[in-house]
Design a protein around this ligand. Structure first.
Ligand code: ADP
Length: 621
């Protein structure tokens, strides 16, 4: 009976079959990689289950070609799959259920992201009309999974006697655009294997024909066929750094960690000591689609002398460097170590500490020597570093504080905190910042205008930013100060006195306004802090206007409000107008000014209809 693929799988299959993806040859890398994983699994099982008898020397992946039938066959003697596994592993894609098809449908180039979803097996449909998978697990008989594409698949009983999997592809006929026959050409296949799968730890073998002198003859040749191993089998991380081309690092990275872009940094090292180990780490060039979701799992692959013992060892990476992909291989780790024990494993902790240092060092180096790359990196992962600063009550802030960058109003580019304090003006003892949605919007904030003339201001545009600087409290003894919240001392003593007098003189007028707005502001006063803008809101206490914005979209019963103060520019014509008003007029002006101030901050107003008709009344006068 023919079974249907799950809806999502079907859609993806359609994409694969009709793919215009140019890099079709990667299908072979995917199948070889699956085969190698399957051998890993069997190897690991045999290591931990002594009853299971296997001969490690037999492990291999065999590639065969049958040109007449247009068949390409990939055989492995790995763990194999039971009927249920065939059904579950090959009948469904996106087992995590998080596959986002919006991403896939947009543009053809997005097909590159197929790798991100772990849909490797299906890529074989890019070059095949039909796929047959015959598989036998250790403790069951063989079954055959057959599919000719999106219309479904069948599973029947098989005859294979050896444990392992045989995948038979029927290669598509050539078209005008595509020469599929090259996947039946031994030389081409050898080239693809060398390019993508050279490091695979098990031999990838092919029967290759040679001409050889006939025994006892001087000029008569005969065709003989011998099995040849194509790959060098040395894991990339155990090779000499000097002998590895950047392309090899990247091919390995793409294949292993499902990225379609190159990594921006590669850290490869061997540490020798009481516990010796290899590390091969990659800093990705962009965040994977699920990076900022709960589904994202951090961790490095952990090998014990070349045998994979854990897919994602989380203890090897701190949360704030969770974006790093890679692996650790140590001969000194016990194979039987359980996940729970691992957490307390002293050697592992040492390795983790060292890895953390290495990553930090690499990021610092990038920050110093390749600012452009760092900014690109920071766009995607800066948020994670900032989380790291305020998580755990700021425990790790010293590790991370020199890795964050913010936009500088003066320099008009991203700068570090160190760069900010290196350029303080005389007597400046604070680091000024302002928050808003975008650099442009912050630049237009009334409170920013005057301060900017004198001091540099960091523009905080990410919702995590203000929490971050609050967690830092200070940098090199300079406290962080929000120019919108606290009064920045720009006035001379005389100016201060004058403004105080002004507020005193019009205290009744201001009182009327304050009463009108008593639900929403704590105080109303004249100020010198604004240059051209008529009005602004400042805050007292720990919650700023920007934080109110963030907190208000969080699902929380009690809405937290900032303690707002409405400041009116004493040097603006509106100040004189206000001084001349009383009663109802004064009430209305108060409401309009407050609404204006909120709108400038990028906050919404509760009563747009009322405000709009008040403004119309005034215009109509
Ligand atoms: P991924 O390898 O990313 O998990 P695939 O679609 O390539 O995704 O494979 C799906 C699953 O099918 C694998 O996780 C594995 O469990 C199983 N599988 C694929 N090929 C083999 C094989 N040659 N031997 C045993 N199991 C396999």
């Amino acid at each position: 009976m023919k079974k249907q693929f799950k809806a999502e799988s079907k859609k993806l299959l359609d994409l694969m079959i009709n793919s215009i993806y140019t890099n079709k040859e990667i299908f072979l890398r995917e199948l070889i990689s699956n085969a190698s994983d399957a051998i890993d699994k069997l190897n690991y099982r045999a290591l931990t289950d002594k009853k299971l008898k296997i001969n490690r020397d037999d492990f291999k992946i065999k590639i065969e070609v049958n040109k007449d039938k247009r068949q390409l066959i990939i055989r492995d003697n790995g763990c194999g799959m039971s009927k249920e596994e065939l059904e579950n592993n090959l009948g469904t894609i996106a087992r995590s259920g998080s596959l986002d098809f919006k991403l896939l449908n947009k543009e053809s180039k997005d097909l590159n992201i197929i790798g991100q979803f772990g849909v490797g097996f299906y890529s074989a449909f890019m070059v095949s009309d039909k796929i047959i998978v015959e598989s036998k697990p250790i403790d069951d008989s063989a079954h055959v999974w057959t599919s000719s594409g999106a219309d479904g698949y069948t599973i029947t009983d098989g005859t294979q006697e050896n444990v392992g999997t045989t995948i038979t592809l029927t290669i598509k006929s050539d078209t005008e655009e595509e020469n599929y026959s090259e996947y039946l050409d031994i030389n081409k296949i050898r080239q693809i294997i060398k390019k993508y799968s050279d490091y695979i730890r098990y031999p990838i073998v092919m029967d290759i024909g040679h001409k050889q002198l006939k025994e006892g003859s001087k000029d008569e040749y005969e065709d003989i066929i011998s099995e040849e191993t194509i790959n060098s089998m040395i894991p990339l991380w155990k090779k000499d750094k000097k002998e590895i081309k950047e392309e090899e690092y990247q091919n390995f990275y793409h294949e292993k960690f499902f990225d379609y872009e190159n990594s921006i940094r590669t850290i490869h090292s061997f540490v020798e000591g009481k516990c010796s180990y290899y590390t091969l780490l990659y800093i990705p060039g962009h965040a994977p689609y699920d990076f900022y979701t709960k589904e994202y799992e951090k961790g490095l692959e952990l090998y014990s002398n070349g045998v994979l013992i854990m897919d994602k060892c989380a203890d090897l990476l701190p949360d704030y460097f969770s974006f790093v992909r890679g692996l650790v291989d140590s001969d000194d780790l016990s194979l039987n170590i359980s996940r729970e024990l691992l957490q307390h494993d002293h050697q592992l902790q040492l390795i983790a500490k060292n890895i953390e240092k290495k990553i930090k060092h690499e990021l610092e180096d990038m920050l110093e020597n390749d600012r452009e790359a760092y900014e690109k990196f920071f766009k995607d992962f800066g948020m994670q570093l900032k989380f790291g600063i305020y998580n755990n009550f700021g425990l790790n802030k010293d590790t991370l504080k020199d890795l964050i960058i913010f936009y500088s109003a003066k320099k008009k580019k991203m700068i570090t905190l160190k760069e900010y304090v290196e350029d303080l003006v005389e007597n400046q003892d604070k680091i000024y910042y302002a928050c808003g949605e975008t650099v442009d919007k912050i630049d237009l904030l009334p409170q920013v205008e005057r301060v900017k003339d004198k001091y540099d201001i960091l523009y905080l545009t990410e919702y995590t930013d203000e929490f971050t600087v609050q967690a830092l409290v200070e940098y090199e003894g300079k406290t962080f100060t929000n120019v919108c919240a606290e009064n920045v001392e720009l006035d001379s003593e005389k100016e201060k006195e004058e403004i105080q007098k002004e507020n005193e003189k019009y205290k009744d007028t201001l009182k009327v306004m304050k009463d009108t707005l008593k639900e929403v502001v704590e105080d109303v006063k004249f100020t010198n802090r604004l240059k051209t803008h008529p009005v602004c809101l400042t805050t007292e206490g720990p919650v700023s206007m920007e934080m109110e914005k963030v907190l208000s979209v969080m699902p929380n019963e009690n809405k937290i409000k900032a303690k707002a103060i409405m400041e009116i520019n004493a040097n603006h014509p509106i100040a004189n107008k206000i001084k001349s008003l009383t009663g109802e007029d004064l009430n209305n002006y108060a409401k309009i000014l407050y609404a204006q101030a909120r709108l400038i901050e990028g906050l919404t107003i509760d009563n747009p209809t009322e405000i709009s008709s008040l403004i119309c009344d005034i215009i109509a006068k």
